[in-house]
Design a protein around this ligand. Structure first.
Ligand code: ZN
Length: 64
């Protein structure tokens, strides 16, 4: 799997490894989801982010 930003190497990491300043504990189900981080640019990707990117219909504009 390659980074969508820089085409660098993505390595799979445990979701819990990622602790952001605005960390909020996700539902238990999401804790089981795989996540990846780019070794080159540090970009973080997980199943939720991938789902959002794959669903362009879920835009704010359509909610207005
Ligand atoms: Zn990258």
């Amino acid at each position: 799997m390659t980074c969508m930003r820089c085409q660098g190497l993505l390595v799979e990491i445990p979701s819990l490894f990622w602790v952001a300043p605005d960390w909020e504990a996700p539902p238990a189900k999401e804790l089981q989801m795989p996540a990846w981080q780019c070794l080159n640019c540090g970009d973080y990707v997980d199943a939720v982010i991938l789902a959002h990117r794959a669903s362009p219909s879920l835009t704010v504009g359509q909610l207005v």
